[in-house]
Design a protein around this ligand. Sequence first.
Ligand code: CTP
Length: 479
Amino acid sequence: MTKVITYGTFDLLHEGHYRLLERAKALGDYLIVGVTSEAYDKARGKLNVVDSLATRIENVRKTGFADEIIVEETPGQKVQDAQKYHVDIFTVGSDWTGSFEYMKDYCQVIYLERTKNISSTLLRVQNKRIQRIGIIGSGRIAKRFIPEARLVSGVSVQGVYNPHLESAEKFADKWEIEAYQDIEKFYEAVDAVYIAAPHETHYGYIKSALEHGRHVLCEKPMVLEKAQAEELFQYARAHELILFEGIKTAYCPGFSKLLGVACSGTIGNIRNVEVCFTKLENPKSRELTDLRYGGSLTELGSYVMLPILKLFGEKYEEIRFDVSRGENGLDIFTKISLVYPNGMATATCGLGVKSEGRLLIAGTKGYLVAEAPWWKTSYFEVHYENPLEVEKYSERFLGDGLRYEISDFLSMINGRNSSEFKLTRSESVALADMMEQFLKAENRQNIRLKAQDIKGVFHEDLGTQRMQSEISGEYAVSF
Ligand code: CTP
């Protein structure tokens, strides 16, 4: 019996796939088809696959050519499969010619002519209009957004808005996009916005973008009050718009894997989570000088609270903040302690104190640990009572990692809500609630800015220093 194997994503199954499978089957007696897993596709940078793994497998099955369907999960799997299944022929389309010469050590390799003028990529583009994204703010994180967005098919970065035209133009020139000072014209030119402006401007910008019928991807912390988050989500839902908080960790494949392992029972019942993220910041930076919205918690609190909310949920019984302050009174190191009915957690963040950044999840059978930068999750371990028993997990984290959230944002705009669970609306509300409680405990008053007031407020209320830091592009940090 001649065994043939072939691999592919088989997204939006089309004629090219059908003809490939038909010819692959005809090469032998038994055809094995490897369909790529979602995590594998993400890890190799193939974002925006439309169909779920289950649908893709079902579609391959329906062609009637596959005698066996397996899932391809890792880059080295093909060699293993060839040996495991005693494969005689490995085949793929001619777009891969030359790429699989190494398989010749195990079996015959045949490249079948690719069917012209059809591909999943083409179908994706035809199915969905390209989403034009506009950026609000032109600080450091905005800079990282553009190269990442360019890797996600189906989006194009259209332009940048900044109330200070000079800053917008500088940014726009560098990235060859449009600069806007007039927010109405800006909204007209885009379908969705990415907000990378100072924290306190988020609420006003989100509201105005939604009111203009635009989808919103907003940097963390999305807003600083629970009621604001609820109001905005409600508005977005009522108007069939997507409002999405950009905490990149939540969308990266490694973090999803980590949560999956943590919740699988491998380490038993989770009883304690300790999570820490510190980053020494320039004492003159906005983060360490803005007495109203600066400090370690507003900057890093979203990251450290994320694993806790994902693992224990939003209903804690107690929350306490312990703060170490810099000379100007701002929190430079903050500990959030939470008590849950069946567990406890500590989230630590620092901008002026350095500590070991680690995520530790303790359970009744073992513990899971991810070292810094756990927020760009690419590696973690599971340990048990026997110190020699260690399970190691890794996952790729590509570039700055924003591509994952952009891709999920786009999927949601296109009507696929399969990634919504990664950071739910109620988790975003819980984060805003935590920020609000902290700012209240610190006696800092939140001011409600409307989009049209933002520029003026920079002048009158918050002082020139903040305005200048915006002009020089120093707003919004990322890691
Ligand atoms: N294939 C083909 N003819 C096409 C498209 C794909 O013969 N027009 C083959 C590929 O060479 C591969 C298999 O079908 O052997 C699965 O390819 P896959 O990557 O799933 O399909 P594409 O349409 O190329 O997907 P994408 O556009 O996402 O890269």
